[in-house]
Design a protein around this ligand. Structure first.
Ligand SMILES: Nc1ncnc2c1ncn2[C@@H]1O[C@H](COP(=O)(O)OP(=O)(O)O)[C@@H](O)[C@H]1O
Ligand SMILES: [Mg+2]
Length: 508
């Protein structure tokens, strides 16, 4: 076949149970597409056509940077097809096969992206039910997309109630899926646990020659400790993976978002720890070690002598690993320090661990962190500019009375960024910030309404600030969460691209 509807077929790129997947070109829109074709002999089976269409329906409900978008579902003669976003790159499956396993930080970043896509699907009541590395594509920008919603289930929809077909992939299916029990979003969380396990160790936790043996192991056996396979996997990370793999759904993370926060925390904490780790061993030459062993009495006396003049020594000796340096380093990476500095002095880019601390604090409701993140998103400093997210952050922060958040909303309305331009609303928000003493807000107000009016307004608002703080935040704000997603053009936030070049060939 050379074409179907508006699509010119270029080459076959995949093959699965129900049909084949081709790369194609949408000749009208002149863009690449992936076309999934249902095997013609299956097009007479009503149940299978329905299942094929259900994938398009599930995908059609979703719109997320970590989910391949569906463009079209159609039929030409006996041929059903689905056109979707073409994702250049490699499946996670083949990446794991080529590399054995991934460095744990990469695995966690990937896990977070899968969970971000799933969080969106779950919010739309779609459960994927077949999360596995073969259904995840990693593109050249190191962004990951979920594919194959072929057996996704749309909750509360009778039409797509459980089918008779065997569904899912045994090694990735949760115990409750194997037992044909009611399945919810927590089964996807279990599957993410398996995918993380596989990325980290290069193997799935349960293996058996027979399917019966495998199913029995999934239902009954404890997964082998990850650290017994690779000691370099951080213990807190192992704990998170094993939590996702709990047999009882209620023992797992309550939802994808909770899992994301836990992974981000783990990444941030480990990064801080590794920065603090003193490299003393490297600094001590072997000869010195031998000297200490041979003449320990001399060494002990020397140490006592140094300790005696401890205060004096302490003032000028600061070697890696000394307590003062540890505290210093801890402070510079702590969120508290980050939030204390003036927002205007926020560096253009901040390290990823700090960004994650910031994101987590914002998720947990910290108004300052929300204002900071909002500002970064608004100005596109250190993160890809995204007015919708910026506004969502400002809104949360402003509703807690944070002046920076209020200023942010004022600026958005004044400039018409992410919301329709609305001077009255801009003035309203600047007034609230001015009432809290924000110099910036007063300046903006004097630009907008003249200085005397600004001062008067500020005084007025100050008197009624409690009341004013309850003013409704804008409604037109679309809430999206994108810290790792779509920031591909931002080299400072994305992990260095060359690390990933080894995963992704450029010729696709
Ligand atoms: N949108 C896409 N962009 C690029 N490749 C794709 C796309 N969709 C599918 N593929 C390729 O086709 C393979 C099979 O697709 P998938 O949706 O998983 O179907 P199946 O139900 O047959 O498993 C994938 O593993 C991937 O290699
Ligand atoms: Mg598949």
């Amino acid at each position: 076949m050379e074409r179907i509807d508006n699509y010119k077929i270029v080459e076959k790129i995949g093959e699965g149970g129900m049909g084949e997947v081709y790369k194609g070109i949408d000749t009208m829109l002149e863009r690449e597409v992936a076309i999934k074709m249902l095997r013609p002999e299956l097009s007479r089976r009503e149940d299978i056509v329905e299942r094929f269409r259900s994938e398009a329906i599930a995908l059609g409900r979703l719109n997320h940077s970590h989910i391949a978008t569906v463009y079209n579902f159609g039929r030409v003669d006996d041929q059903y097809y689905m056109a979707m976003e073409f994702v250049p790159g490699e499946t996670l499956d083949s990446i794991i096969q080529q590399h054995g396993h991934l460095p744990w930080r990469d695995a966690v970043q990937y896990g977070i992206q899968v969970l971000e896509g799933l969080a969106h699907a779950h919010q739309s009541n779609v459960i994927h039910r077949d999360i596995k590395p073969a259904n995840i594509i990693v593109n050249g920008q190191n962004t990951l997309k979920l594919l194959d919603f072929g057996i996704a289930r749309i909750l509360q929809t009778a039409r797509l109630a459980r089918t008779k077909h065997s569904i899912g992939t045994p090694g990735y299916m949760s115990p409750e899926q194997h037992q044909s029990k009611e399945v919810d979003a927590r089964s996807d969380i279990y599957a993410v646990g398996i995918v993380l396990y596989e990325m980290l160790t290069g193997q799935t936790p349960f293996q058996h020659d027979t399917e019966y043996g495998l199913v029995k192991a999934v239902i009954e056996d404890k997964p082998k400790s990850l650290r017994s396979i690779d000691k370099s996997i951080p213990a807190p990370l192992e704990k998170l993976v094993l939590k996702a793999l709990q047999k009882k759904p209620e023992m797992r993370f309550v939802d994808a978002q909770e899992f994301i926060v836990a992974l981000r925390d783990c990444l941030a904490i480990q990064d801080i720890k590794s920065k603090r780790k003193p490299e003393i061993r490297k600094l001590i030459p072997n000869r010195a070690v031998k000297f200490c062993q041979d003449y320990h009495v001399v060494v002990v006396m020397g140490v006592l002598l140094i300790a005696g003049s401890g205060v004096a020594v302490r003032q000028w000796v600061d070697f890696p690993g000394s307590p003062s340096l540890l505290t210093q380093q801890k402070n510079t990476t702590s969120l508290a320090a980050l939030l204390k500095i003036s927002i205007d002095t926020l560096p253009a880019t901040i390290p990823q661990d700090q960004l994650m601390l910031l994101q987590n604090a914002a998720d947990k409701g910290d108004a300052r962190a929300q204002a900071y993140l909002g500002r970064m998103y608004f100005n596109g400093t250190g993160i890809k500019q995204d007015y919708a997210t910026a506004l969502a952050m400002f809104e949360k922060s402003a509703s807690q009375g944070d002046a920076t958040g209020q200023n942010g909303l004022g600026a958005a309305y004044a400039l018409g960024r992410g919301v329709d331009k609305n001077e009255a609303k801009a003035i309203e928000w600047f007034q609230k910030a001015a009432a809290q003493g924000s110099v910036d807000a007063k300046k903006k107000l004097s630009e907008l309404v003249g200085s005397s009016a600004a001062v008067k307004a500020a005084q007025l608002t100050s008197e009624t600030s409690l009341q004013a703080n309850q003013a409704a935040p804008p409604k037109a704000v679309k809430k999206t969460k994108k810290v790792y997603s779509d920031n591909s053009d931002n080299v400072d936030l994305a992990p260095p691209p060359e690390r990933y070049d080894r995963y992704i060939p450029r010729n696709r």
